[in-house]
Design a protein. Structure first.
Length: 364
């Protein structure tokens, strides 16, 4: 096993565990009940996955799916749920969005005096660290929760970058995937922070749970790599049906359209529409992002129509030339090898071919 692969695999999972433990610590501090430390046991799943990956995959990733990212979601999402439900119970003296950690000179002088004499420099560093941690504990709950949301999404992107890739995905595909994840993470953070910060939403427990459920649903796209990978074509000619060929040729594009419609922009649009239509909640940003979701969904449907028409035109062209439509990764075969089912399905798919211009015969 390569040293860098081993190092990246261990360091990335260690960052996941540390961030998850910080979330559990905040839940325990906010709830003031030690029983919430049991959430830290979820990290045992990540430790088990680490051992199995090192043993069977030599630390490298899997095809189409990242178990480490998925288990990181399982370890962290419950803590963020509890913090959001318990949101706003601590008084925030700072201005909104400002994080101020003030360690006064008096605190440092006290720690320096306590370390003077027989105690050395190490004790002074420990005392200073304690003062700093105590000051961090005074930061209001809302700032802590927002910071955990932000670092959570950043770690998902950075962690996917640091995790060793498998042989099924290239570095070019990984770079495309990371760029997609950056935009996705920004949209998800905006959705959670913008909707949950509305005062009328905070008064409705059902709305909070519904928004968090949609937020959790949108996070499930991060463990999957289907956005940049095409599925393999079946070598058997009998399996070459029209839907299979369409999925084979445009699998990555269809996955991106499906994610936008059913996992991200579609659900986000539904939630925002309910807030405005049923609960009569309006503000400038809510209206803007609702319009943005409408635009994205419309463009994705337009993209789906373009893909379908392009594929239909290709099938029609090949059928006129006497060829069986095939996946780009396989050589085409003559129509004499096509089965009767393929011919029937192809004729149904191109039942209404584009009309050709008719040329009248010249009169004598």
């Amino acid at each position: 096993m390569e040293l860098m692969v081993l190092l990246n695999a261990l360091v990335t999972r260690l960052l996941f565990v540390l961030h998850s433990l910080i979330g559990v610590w905040r839940v325990t501090a906010v709830k003031k009940e030690p029983k919430y430390w049991l959430l830290a046991l979820l990290n045992l799943l990540l430790c088990l996955e680490t051992g199995l990956t090192l043993k069977f995959k030599q630390g490298r990733g899997y095809k189409w799916f990242s178990p480490a990212i998925f288990l990181y979601l399982i370890c962290t999402v419950p803590s963020l749920w509890l913090l959001e439900i318990h949101h706003g119970t601590q008084y925030c003296g700072n201005e909104p969005g400002a994080v101020q950690v003030n360690v006064s000179n008096q605190d440092f002088n006290q720690s320096r005096d306590s370390s003077h004499g027989n105690e050395g420099t190490d004790h002074h560093i420990i005392q200073t660290a304690k003062v700093f941690v105590n000051q961090l504990s005074t930061i209001c709950e809302t700032v802590w929760t927002l910071a955990l949301h932000q670092t959570f999404l950043l770690l998902l992107v950075v962690g996917r970058w640091l995790l060793p890739i498998g042989v099924e995905i290239t570095r070019d595909q990984l770079s495309q995937l990371l760029l997609m994840f950056v935009g996705t993470a920004a949209d998800i953070l905006e959705f959670a922070s913008e909707t949950l910060d509305i005062e009328d939403v905070r008064k409705n427990y059902v709305l909070i749970n519904a928004i968090l459920a949609v937020w959790t649903w949108s996070m499930l796209q991060f463990p999957l790599d289907l956005a940049v990978q095409h599925i393999g074509c079946k070598p058997s000619a009998s399996t070459r049906r029209i839907p299979s060929l369409l999925l084979c040729r445009y699998s990555a594009e269809l996955w991106n359209i499906g994610v936008s419609l059913f996992i991200q922009d579609g659900p986000f649009f539904i939630v925002r529409s309910i807030l405005m239509g049923h609960f009569r909640i309006f503000n400038q940003m809510l209206v803007f992002f609702t319009a943005k979701n409408i635009l994205v969904v419309t463009l994705q449907l337009y993209r789906l129509a373009v893909i379908t028409l392009d594929f239909r035109a290709t099938i029609l062209q090949k059928s006129r030339k006497g060829e069986v439509s095939c996946c780009p990764c396989e050589p085409c075969e003559a129509s004499t090898h096509a089965t009767a089912d393929q011919d029937t399905e192809m004729r149904e798919f191109v039942a209404f071919p584009p009309k050709e211009e008719s040329h009248a015969l010249p009169e004598d």
